[in-house]
Design a protein around this ligand. Structure first.
Ligand code: PLP
Length: 242
């Protein structure tokens, strides 16, 4: 079996165990393959192994891969920082955007979503760690942003996303995720069914706290090259590693 196949098996096992420990059905958690820096040939291998959800962080890098894989039945997720001059291809080509954190971006995605396409699914990225350099709306500002976005009919607000500070203990990871889950419940809007939390190093904590979408890169495709770590910060001008 390919190393990707071996990693995917191990990942499914981790998810199964964590879901069982959380008393949740394994099917309640959807696995998204984070394919930034991964060549499309490797994505095709993952596709043939059954993966149907792929996430990209950089528009420039994503577009040729979307074209190369246009014949595949893939749900495309955008998870990187969203610059306002990059909203159009996201609105036109993706099914989900997880990293919406201000009204201006939401309005542009709404306006640019083509007629005849279903609404773009969005999550609001929340800065759960309260780090000043991090992207994401603060918990305080979340209700107001949600209210402003709710009427935008070409968007379907599904839930919240977070990227906690790396290198924390499992307890700290869970505390951050719990904050997010409570914030989601507190919004008290219909149709909010999504917690986009859980990466390679914290998926167990995320599943314990109600993750519905896991965004997994390293545990699936292996280590990325240096400089292509998760796009947690708002350093929007960092170029993708080629
Ligand atoms: C890169 C990235 C991931 C995947 O991280 P891994 O630790 O490799 O699983 C998840 N979410 C976002 C937003 C990322 O940028």
């Amino acid at each position: 079996m390919s190393s990707l196949g071996t990693r995917l098996d191990a990942l499914h096992e981790r998810i199964k165990l964590a879901a069982a420990a959380a008393g949740r059905p394994a099917g309640a958690v959807r696995l998204i393959a984070v394919s930034k820096t991964v060549p499309y040939e490797q994505m095709l291998v993952a596709y043939r192994l059954g993966l149907r959800d792929f996430a990209e962080s950089y528009v420039q890098e994503a577009l040729p891969k979307l074209a190369a894989l246009a014949h595949c039945d893939i749900t495309w997720h955008f998870i990187g920082p969203i610059q306002s001059n990059k909203t159009r291809p996201i609105a036109e080509r993706f099914h989900w955007a997880h990293s919406v954190d201000r009204l201006k971006i939401a309005e542009r995605l709404h306006e640019q979503r083509p007629h005849g396409m279903p609404p773009l699914n969005i999550c609001l990225q929340v800065n759960v760690s309260g780090e000043p350099t991090k992207a994401g709306v603060t918990l305080d500002a979340l209700p107001q942003l949600t209210e402003a976005i709710a009427p935008l009919s070409n968007l379907r607000l599904r839930g919240l996303m977070a990227i906690p500070a790396p290198g924390q203990s499992p307890d700290a990871q869970r505390a951050a995720f719990r904050c997010l889950r409570e914030a989601l419940l507190g919004l008290n809007l219909p149709g909010l069914d999504t917690l986009s939390i859980g990466m390679s190093d914290d998926l167990e904590a995320a599943i314990m706290e109600g993750a519905t979408l896991l965004r997994i890169g390293t545990a699936l495709f292996g280590p990325r090259q240096a400089g292509s770590t998760p796009t947690a910060t708002s350093s929007q001008h960092r170029a993708p590693v080629s």
